[in-house]
Design a protein around this ligand. Structure first.
Ligand code: GLC
Length: 702
């Protein structure tokens, strides 16, 4: 018999700052209240400036000088502060490949410091949309495909950034097609919505996020900015969210009353549907003043909560893109670059990486991205650092006496000739903002959008073929924000790295990995498929689409398909062995927790870091569930020969599925499979099992 899942053990947060907010509210006229609910930028000036100077200064909202209420001062974005010049960190997808929540918290702290130093107090950079399909134009802005992984990485960014500013998580919800984002209606049943497209948002609400940005798209027939089930029912009522909802910019709200009644509290970046129109709606009785009061209290509560927050002694101009933040960006890139392949050319030969600077004399660096500041897309998340280290600069700085010959690879013939004359050939190819990114429509055209193809450009594949044929020690470095299909050439290259958009220190970090001063530890936060045929349906222009619970590794496993590179996969210059998996107790109650422990040994010859992953399978479930789902991960450092026993504690409540018939979460009292290992691939996992049973049945522990 199924048991209702234990309700969240979080006591309902009392409403701090309530009294102060109520006191302010009581002094406000209706017009002043509504003034809190829109951006302060005049619409026409705002539209003009958005075209040529997007977010170069923070967007203000809700200033009230009579009452001394400061404005919210908005800055994007996921890879750093968009205002002015700032540190451009590796994109979120790259940071997702670190699986390092402590490091992500440090990134949040650094971005929060830079935001305050540059005059902002609101950071809209916690982007955690599920990467349902690698063609999504804004894949780089999120952390990956898995809700648990997204939630943990997003919550870490919230923790770090909210030491300094209000943070905003986006885009709520099911925003995963770029070209049709302004119109697409995403249909999801309740299980799909709650089990796949919402858990990571709830994780950030539970972390205390100040604000949530509703998405442009529709969910089940209603624009997210007007979506009562999403905003009022789930977010504010069921989850107890006491922050505020902001609209996405300009087109995030389309109807005054519908948005206000549904729970969109703040229209950004300027007044279009709120302001006088909202005042008229209140006066006509279409919108109650109670609705306005709720929205304004939410905004005031967070402004009051964050008024004393911060470390002003750190907000000095020299900190912005200064030495410490550049060093942090370099560390993130080092931990984000995924070693996908590193195979010896012959059984008796060493693997091509790391390169031994004492052994090679000549190195060819070839490709259009070898000496180009490839930071990611030019949409709202664009960060403008004072300088960028390209792969060529980073490799030359680290190569010592090794001669580094550079060619942009425009013509494969001279590229092959150069490769033939050198000890090692490195090809740097991939995506840029011309291939993927936020779709911005201008009167004269558009930029960004979803990808039409998941492979490299034909000329890039031709270049790889030519160089690999000329030099067997060819290393391919890929750049981009999402999966790239490598089938046409990956068997010709003995070594492949995915460097993503690695930020302003990416060139140094790439050299650190190539020459071995850093041992790669990154793991893919998404699958790399062998072909687009392995993936769910995707149409960038579709006006309506139905999502189910399957995409990424869940989708391929259900189809019995092997990707080119699995979710959670990444190699190291050392080797790690997993042994002695234990799960205790063997039986737990629906309110209990199971403890898994495993020994990891560094069986190689150099120190390294491993990301151990915990997955759960539901072989006996009475309902349809995936083969397995990620439910835990931890990074562990190990010296050569060292072993450590690592532990996971997993509450039964995290294994619940959502039952729409009871409108609640259900923990099944059945057998479960538990897996721990180095990737989601079954060959990389140790397996065990445990059972959840009703409390007073024999032998229940935990
Ligand atoms: C954009 C994006 C959103 C961004 C906002 C402000 O359209 O969808 O991610 O935060 O507008 O730039």
């Amino acid at each position: 018999m199924n048991q209702p899942a234990p309700t969240s053990n979080k006591t309902p947060a009392d409403k701090p700052f309530e009294e102060a907010a109520q006191t302010l509210l009581a002094q406000m006229s209706l017009r002043e209240k509504i003034g809190q609910m829109s951006g302060d930028t005049p619409r026409l000036r705002g539209m003009i400036k958005m075209a040529y100077a997007y977010n170069v200064r923070p967007y203000p909202a809700g200033e009230n000088r009579r009452l001394g209420i400061p404005p919210l001062l908005f800055t994007d974005g996921p890879r750093g502060v968009v205002v002015s010049q700032a540190t451009c960190f590796p994109v979120s997808m790259a940071r997702g490949a670190t699986w390092d929540i402590d490091l992500e918290e440090k990134v949040g702290d650094a971005i929060g410091v830079e935001a305050r130093t540059l005059g902002a107090n609101f950071f809209a950079g916690v982007c955690i949309n599920v990467l349902r399909h690698p063609a999504w134009g804004r894949a780089q802005e999120t952390y990956g495909e898995d809700p648990y992984h997204l939630g943990e990485m997003g919550a870490a960014l919230v923790r770090g950034s909210q030491r300094h500013v209000m943070a905003c998580v986006k885009h709520y919800a099911a925003n995963s097609i770029e070209n049709s984002r302004m119109k697409v209606d995403v249909e999801l049943d309740q299980r799909t919505l709650r089990e796949v497209y919402l858990p990571h948002f709830k994780r950030c609400v539970d972390e205390g996020i100040a604000s949530i940005m509703s998405a442009y798209n529709q969910v089940n027939g209603a624009y997210c900015g007007h979506n009562q089930p999403l905003l009022r029912q789930i977010l504010k009522k069921e989850w107890g969210f006491d922050g505020f909802v902001i609209s996405d910019f300009v087109w995030g709200i389309r109807d005054t009353a519908a948005a206000a009644i549904a729970g969109c509290d703040l229209e950004m970046p300027f007044t279009q549907h709120y302001g006088k129109r909202l005042e008229a709606a209140v006066k006509s009785g279409t919108v109650s003043e109670r609705t306005i009061d709720d929205a304004v209290l939410r905004i005031l509560r967070q402004k009051i909560r964050f008024a004393p927050v911060g470390q002003p002694e750190r907000y000095k101009p020299a900190i912005v893109a200064g030495e410490s933040h550049r060093a942090l960006a370099r560390e993130v890139a080092q931990k984000a670059i995924v070693l996908l392949k590193n195979e010896p050319l012959a059984p008796d030969q060493a693997a091509p990486l790391p390169l031994d600077l004492g052994e090679i004399k000549q190195l060819a660096l070839i490709g259009p991205l070898a000496d180009w500041p490839n930071l990611g897309d030019n949409g709202s998340s664009r960060v403008r650092p004072p300088s960028v280290v390209t792969p060529l600069e980073g490799i030359r700085a680290a190569a010592g006496a090794v001669a580094v010959q550079h060619y942009d690879g425009a013509d494969p013939t001279p590229a092959a000739q150069l490769a033939a004359q050198t000890d090692v050939a490195i090809v740097v190819v991939g995506l840029t903002h011309a291939d993927e990114g936020e779709r911005i429509e201008y009167p004269w055209g558009s930029t960004g959008g979803d990808r039409d193809s998941l492979t490299l450009a034909p000329e890039d594949e031709t270049l790889i073929h030519a160089v690999a044929a000329a030099n067997p020690r060819t290393i391919v470095v890929l750049m981009g924000g999402s999966a790239i299909i490598t089938e046409a050439w990956r068997h010709e290259a003995p070594a492949i790295l995915m460097a993503w958009y690695p930020g302003l220190e990416g060139g140094h970090a790439l050299a650190d990995i190539l020459f071995g001063s850093v041992n790669p530890s990154a793991k893919l936060p998404i699958i790399f498929p062998k072909s687009a045929a392995q993936l769910p349906f995707f149409d960038k222009n579709v006006p309506k689409i139905t999502y189910d619970r399957y995409h990424g590794y869940r989708f391929l496993e259900r189809a019995g398909e092997e990707p080119a590179f699995p979710f959670g996969f990444g190699l190291s210059y050392t080797t790690f062995n997993y042994s002695e998996l234990q799960v205790e107790p063997a039986t737990i109650s629906p309110s209990g927790a199971v403890e898994a422990s495993v020994t990891i040994t560094n069986s190689g010859s150099r120190a390294g870091e491993e990301v151990a992953q915990l997955y759960i399978g539901y072989p006996n479930s009475a309902v349809d569930r995936p083969e397995k789902e990620l439910k835990g991960f931890v990074r562990v450092k190990l010296l050569p020969g060292e072993n450590k026993r690592i532990h996971f504690s997993l509450p039964a409540g995290q294994l619940a599925y959502y039952d729409p018939d009871v409108e609640g979460w259900v923990v099944e009292t059945v057998e479960y499979a538990l897996y721990v290992g180095s990737s989601s691939a079954n060959r990389d996992l140790l397996a065990a099992g445990f059972r959840i049973t009703i409390e007073n049945e024999g032998g229940v522990g935990g």
